[in-house]
Design a binder for this molecule. Structure first.
Ligand SMILES: Cc1cc2nc3c(=O)[nH]c(=O)nc-3n(C[C@H](O)[C@H](O)[C@H](O)COP(=O)(O)OP(=O)(O)OC[C@H]3O[C@@H](n4cnc5c(N)ncnc54)[C@H](O)[C@@H]3O)c2cc1C
Length: 382
């Protein structure tokens, strides 16, 4: 059960999602437009600062608070939720965890208040699952500056009008025959850093996703995030946490499907009854509720371990795996329950259907989650 503080937050975000996001987000989605006004209001509510201390403009909360907010937003819309998730978990959190005092002072107050969005560029056109193997982006020190060359693919929040900084993972050398990977902070607008036009996507259509290219892009040596050569360890930790957040977002989508169906099956009639009268429909909704509930328990557990400072890699992977499954299954069932209207963009379930698939892909595919779980079970070295 949630304590009073968490419950208060959950209710506030639930009301915001219902009253502010729900009435307008379908139109943003149709126009494939980034919802600046909603994001500004989320900033004013402190959502971008939930897990950061007050000295950096944050709310002094924790990662679980962020997850609760993500779940409530995603019950209504995933584009808005992923904008928050990527900004906090991928953009700001690495600076908070690994940045120097100066980097934190420079970036966090703007990121934590939502005045500026951050992004994290890890994936490349040549591969996202096999990150060290597929990485081609390089950064070389030259006269007190990093010179970055390469391309990043599918980067969330990288090209909005309020994007301020992107953490770029790059090969910075070799150590004992292994690639040395480091993260370098690249401010938006740096010469040599080009942001492509938006991708045309299947879902998350009101969120910003771009390809980024770096051509002799120079930033000061001080823009190295944390220690040189720690980039791989940094993003493993970042992604472990991010999986808990994506699990929360997935649970939100799964629950949103239940919410919409509970309303619809009371109103829609067939063969003389509301369709909710029929057991086939009732059982579908019962299964949907069971999936959302069990997936929620999985992410609550992973978040509990995370907050306690205990190992949570396996639990985060399990939460992401089962929650993204739940989102996919519920979106499919909800669309079926809505019949022809489920295929129409005017109803949220159609949007849920299009938004669910990426949850099995982003921040580690379901296959990658299974690989992580198997490794944690000691099967990695067989
Ligand atoms: C909308 C969107 C937003 C994104 N936002 C970001 C972002 O902000 N930052 C960022 O860095 N990235 C981002 N990504 C990238 C995302 O994390 C990657 O797409 C994802 O990790 C998968 O990488 P890939 O697309 O290169 O697929 P690949 O790695 O090419 O995988 C292709 C298929 O092969 C499977 N596969 C790979 N290796 C194995 C194996 N060993 N065993 C079994 N199966 C395997 C995969 O599971 C997958 O099914 C985003 C992607 C999208 C679509």
């Amino acid at each position: 059960m949630l304590n009073d503080e968490y419950e208060e937050l959950r209710k506030t975000v639930e009301a915001f999602a219902r009253e502010v996001v729900a009435p307008v987000i379908g139109d943003y989605y149709e126009r494939e437009e980034f919802p600046y006004d909603i994001v500004r209001q989320m900033g004013a509510m402190g959502l971008f600062g939930l897990p950061f201390p007050e000295e950096y403009g944050g709310m002094g909360g924790d990662y679980f608070a962020l997850c609760l907010a993500l779940e409530e937003l995603a019950r209504v819309d995933s584009s808005v939720a992923i904008t928050l998730e990527a900004a906090v978990s991928l953009g700001a959190m690495p600076i908070f965890r690994f940045g120097t005092a100066e980097q934190k002072r420079t970036w966090l107050p703007k990121l934590a208040t939502g005045q500026m969005l951050g992004a994290f560029g890890l994936t490349e056109p040549g591969g996202g699952s096999d990150v060290p193997g597929g990485m081609r982006t390089t950064a070389v020190l030259d006269g007190g500056e990093w010179v970055i060359n390469g391309t990043k693919a599918f980067i969330t929040n990288a090209g909005t009008d309020i994007t301020g900084v992107v953490g770029v993972a790059a090969i910075t050398g070799e150590n004992d025959g292994r690639r040395e990977i480091s993260t370098i902070l690249v401010p938006s607008g740096t010469p040599g850093f080009t942001v492509s036009k938006k991708y045309s996507k299947v879902g998350w259509n009101a969120s910003d996703t771009r390809e980024l290219s770096f051509s002799d892009c120079r930033v000061p040596a001080e823009n190295l995030l944390g220690e040189r050569g720690r980039g791989y360890a940094q993003f493993l930790q970042t992604l472990d946490e991010g999986r808990v957040a994506i699990a929360a977002l997935s649970v939100g989508l799964a629950q949103g499907c239940v919410d919409e169906c509970l309303k619809y099956v009371r109103e829609r009639r067939a063969f003389g009854h509301p369709i909710g009268h029929y057991q086939a429909i009732q059982f579908k909704i019962a299964d949907m509720e069971a999936r959302a509930h069990t997936a929620r328990l999985a992410y609550y557990h992973a978040a509990e371990l995370l907050l306690a400072g205990r190992p949570f890699k396996k639990e985060a992977a399990i939460a992401k795996l089962v929650a993204s499954n739940a989102a996919m299954d519920n979106a499919r069932d909800a669309t079926q329950i809505f019949g022809g209207y489920g295929f129409m963009n005017e109803f949220p379930v159609g949007r849920f259907y299009r938004d669910a698939k990426i949850l099995e892909i982003g921040e580690g595919t379901s296959e990658v989650q299974r690989m992580l779980i198997a490794r944690q079970l000691g099967l990695g070295d067989l």
